[in-house]
Design a protein around this ligand. Structure first.
Ligand code: ATP
Ligand code: MG
Ligand code: MG
Length: 551
């Protein structure tokens, strides 16, 4: 089955298990609850949970919640829902970095006692000045040589809320001349007088990402702490903390390349801006590259997992073509979505030789090669709707649809021949008068005159009315945020088309939120979870049948 060569993390883990470095592995997915998850996070989820599954280990879901002002419970809940929807189960309860605030605080005191941390009164701007640059060493803070006793007392005052935000911070004492800027006395704790979604008002000092992350990994017994490449330069600091603190375990950090996808942005900050400035209809807008947006649009967990599998795991950054994702979605839906018929822009066809009141119930396969998906009943009547674009008064041979005086097959029903195009005063075609060719249900015409093609249709009297939403790419630019470009400048003005008065076959009136369909010749569709209701049916087009962009 899966004959793909192992990627570098699989190789590392296999070796660690073979050599007994670890008896079993533990990974974690550590989102900050400051936004909804996007396709890039899906890669991290599939990687962390996937490795745990593959090697019989565990994967924790840990909320990295050290920035209370930007975080909230809505984001926590959406993240849990997205991980579950992708089909993964975290180990035990959800964890929060804030669960460890007491321990982290105790470890900060430990560092002070060891002479490895100090309270610094430099403000942010001064601190930047003292930090130096890539080519210039930093300078020691004038507060670096405070005594242990003074640092302990000041840190306690910080904790007790006796200083204003920004007045001072707790810093590690490492090396201001280090070529790695992360080691130039990094901040461990900042004063933030903010209410926290988990810890309430208990704390007014909060640990930095760097001080919290590795120690949380150690507390949870994480063996392989996998993050994206921008944290590579933080690794020496990660290890410095683990070496200098009495942690219960020694986790190790590994980096992989983040997922970038063209025609898209994968930054929570930018996605938040799209939401906050109403360029889209919320985080789960079907045009968004968020997991919740893709879910609402009709993408499947299987398709996203397949995508993450196909793109692989490497240590070199690249940009994945969004076509790969769309291929995976189409591939899954083609195999699994039942077929149905829906006419998006209806044109009435009256079959003059068919009895007015007759309703014939035709049985139609739900899928061309999936017998297990069964059959459905489609009513056939004297009047039907076809797509406006499926009729022409005259056309050349390439047009395989209905033409005046010519024949076409209605999918799963009869061959018909068009006799007349009825027009209104302005010359618009408003109705076609046609005939069925007798005896063509499931058979070719007896006279040997074959239909030019097969088109979809819906009974004009037995159908359900619906709205259909067609999405185009959110951005017209392949790299909307590259090279200092403002991604808002390339928002596609035509990224949503709303069609009303569409006519769906009767069976679609019973569609459920989780159902997905191929509408014959139109693409893949699902109900919109936000706008569909008991008295209004709204379908989203998940994706077209073919890659129309590449044509
Ligand atoms: P963003 O930059 O979108 O805000 P983030 O990295 O700040 O993302 P986190 O909530 O910290 O967001 O991410 C949780 C995990 O998901 C981290 O381990 C992070 O490395 C990973 N991750 C985030 N974006 C991507 C991406 N584009 N590709 C792969 N992994 C990602
Ligand atoms: Mg982050
Ligand atoms: Mg970020």
């Amino acid at each position: 089955e899966n004959k793909k060569p192992l990627h570098f993390l699989q190789q590392i883990i296999r070796k660690d298990l073979e050599q007994g470095t670890h008896q079993s592995i533990a990974t974690r997915f550590p989102p900050e609850p400051n936004g909804y998850l996007h396709i890039g996070h899906a890669k991290s989820i599939c990687l962390n949970f996937g490795l745990a599954e593959e090697f019989g280990g565990t994967c924790n879901l840990r909320f990295d919640d050290t920035n209370p002002e930007k975080e909230n419970e809505e984001f926590v809940n959406s993240i849990k829902q997205d991980v579950e929807w992708l089909g993964f189960k975290w180990n035990g309860n959800v964890r929060y970095t804030s669960d460890y605030f007491d321990q982290l605080h105790a470890w900060a005191i430990h560092l002070i006692e060891q002479g490895l941390a100090f309270v610094c009164d430099l403000n942010a701007e001064q601190m930047r000045e003292y930090r130096g640059t890539l080519i210039e060493a930093g300078k020691n803070s004038p507060f670096r040589d405070r005594s242990v006793a003074e640092n302990l007392a000041l840190f306690e005052k910080m904790r007790a809320g006796e200083f204003e935000e920004g007045a001072c911070s707790l810093r590690a004492k490492i090396d201001m001349a280090s070529p790695n800027i992360n080691l130039r006395d990094p901040i461990l704790y900042r004063i933030k007088k903010a209410h926290h979604h988990q810890t309430g008002d208990k704390w007014c000092i909060y640990p930095s990402y760097d001080f919290a992350h590795g120690q949380s990994d150690a507390i949870e017994g994480i063996t392989h702490s996998i993050c994206t490449l921008e944290f590579e330069d933080h690794k020496p600091l990660y290890e410095w903390f683990i070496q200098n603190l009495p942690v219960p375990a020694v986790p190790r950090q590994y980096e992989f390349a983040r997922l970038n996808i063209n025609y898209s942005v994968t930054s929570k900050r930018k996605l938040k801006q799209l939401v906050d400035e109403n360029h889209v209809d919320g985080w789960n807008d079907p045009r968004m590259p968020t997991i919740s947006g893709m879910r609402r649009r009709g993408y499947t967990p299987a398709a996203l997992r397949d995508f993450c599998d196909r793109i692989g795991v490497t240590r070199s950054d690249g940009i994945v073509d969004v076509g790969v994702l769309e291929f995976c979605v189409r591939d899954d839906l083609d195999k699994n979505a039942p077929r149905a018929m829906c006419v998006l822009r209806p044109l009435k066809v009256t079959l003059t030789n068919y009895p007015v009141d007759q309703v014939e119930t035709l049985s139609v396969h739900n899928h061309p090669n999936r017998d297990d998906l069964g059959d459905r009943v489609v009513p056939f009547t004297q009047t039907v709707f076809i797509e406006q674009e499926d009729f022409r008064e005259e056309a050349n041979k390439k047009y395989k649809r209905l033409v005046l005086g010519k024949r076409v097959r209605l999918r799963g029903a009869y061959v018909i021949e068009a006799d007349e195009a009825v027009k209104d005063e302005a010359g618009n075609i408003v109705e076609i008068r046609a005939r069925i060719i007798e005896g063509t249900l499931g058979k070719d015409p007896a006279d040997g005159v074959k239909p030019k093609g097969v088109i979809h249709w819906v009974s004009a009297t037995q159908n359900v009315d619906c709205e259909v939403r067609i999405f185009e790419r959110l951005f017209t630019d392949e790299a909307p945020d590259a090279g200092g470009k403002n991604f808002l400048d390339s928002i596609n003005p035509n990224n949503l088309e709303i069609l009303t008065g569409c006519k769906a076959e009767l069976s679609l009136g019973k569609a459920k939120l989780d159902d997905r369909f191929q509408f014959e010749r139109q693409g893949y569709f699902c109900l919109d979870s936000k706008y569909s209701s008991a008295d209004k049916i709204v379908f989203n087009r998940t994706i077209g049948l073919k890659d129309s962009f590449a044509k």
